[in-house]
Design a protein around this ligand. Sequence first.
Ligand code: BES
Ligand code: MN
Ligand code: ZN
Length: 509
Amino acid sequence: MDFSIKAFGQPQELASTKVGCIALGVFENQTLSQIASQLDQSGDIAAALKGGDISGTPGSSLILRKVRGIAAERVLLIGLGKMNALTEKGFSTAARALSAALNNIGAKDALIAFPLHAINGRDTAWGIRQIISIAFDQAYRADVMKSKRESVSKGVRKCLLALPAPEAADARIALAQGLAIAHGVELAKNLSNLPANVCTPTYLANTAKTMGRAHKLKVQVLDRKQIQGLKMGSFLSVAKGSEEPPKFIVLRHTGGNAKDAPIVLVGKGLTFDSGGISIKPGAGMDEMKYDMCGAASVLGTLLAVAELRLKLNVIGIIPSCENMPSGRANKPGDIVVSMSGQTIEILNTDAEGRLILCDALTYTERFKPAAVIDIATLTGACVTALGHHNSGLFSRHDQAHDQLAEELLSAGKATGDTAWRLPIEDAYQEQLKSNFADVANIGGPPGGSITAACFLERFTKQYTWAHLDIAGTAWRSGAAKGATGRPVPMLTEFLIRRATKQKTIARRR
Ligand code: BES
Ligand code: MN
Ligand code: ZN
């Protein structure tokens, strides 16, 4: 679907626009939205409401053909709930009904004239982004591996969002942001849903390279030899159990000044996590193809950042490998030397995410970053703690880190891609003591997602850092199994805000 903004002066301009369909909002109790009543010169729409043909509850819908005084072939009425009580939830339900209807009618183009300014607690920009996010979500099909692609919708191709002329400029910005996020989410979902025999570390590296060529990102892929040269003993120890060669992927978006400190995103890229010698139970093990969702979110976010040409330096780092049992695999009790020099006793080979991330976090020091955020499907314990609604957010508890955490939490709320903060405290570090090495890679069952974060914290002393545990939010299980593309919306929003803040500071100087 192709979206654009249609600026209008008088509502009459909308009535005379020749399109296959015009979508209008109506409320409960037979009430028309302001625009709908302005366009309803003939009274045909009011009559349909009076006749009880649409209830007006969120998501209810009705199609009228050839309404007098309206040039569009069809008028699609969508219920928005109670007047003056248009909630976020009600609007989203309506947007889903809108999108479903547009996908199933004969029209090729549509004009959407919704009261986007009237959503309680949200603004017009949010309304625009929500319509786009829902449209992309509904159109998404994970069918590249099916011999017959599911039939794509034959409905509306071209969507115009009607906005009063003075709001059009802001609306175009919101539209561009909504589309960039939707494209980033789509890329993350596509990569994540691929099976592990297709989406290997090499595949992720090639995807990064292709993306780099298309969007002017500098992309560097390090192979095993180069990773050895960097002395990433911890990362390599996980990779060595698999036949698939590991890749260390670096992508750079240089939208800021050369001297501006970059924001670095580090994504866990386990293209399959069998657990290794500490092998996982068979049931549901297929879902460990999703153990690269952190990496996918880094690629998705960089795509969005590049598309928006954000005036900001952003670096994506992806350590990628498989965790497999084999004669060469890590064994419980093995001790490895990380790039930082810290030695690690691997008490459980299934706690491998932190083993590859710690070296990537040490590598990140060289960029002297303004902030570092790692994104990882790190612990089942995080799913137990927070379920599937919030990602786990961890960072140290001082002023700089509190600010970074607040920015991420707020960007999450703005995009509906929320996180919940959990503690990082020295008391938990006790659980990671090893008799034989500097640190153990597991801290026992209590507070499993916190001890995992505390393990990573040991490798992030040189910069301001936050960790997102997305084990519960990156994909859905069961009948609707599939990747969500989270946390691309949160991360992109966070970066958009950083870029605009940087710009206003620059202007003030
Ligand atoms: N990738 C898993 C975490 C995971 C498990 C995410 C299930 C989503 C669903 C991670 O590598 C892992 O296996 N973690 C272990 C850690 C444990 C051995 C300390 C876990 O959570 O069980
Ligand atoms: Mn694991
Ligand atoms: Zn894992």
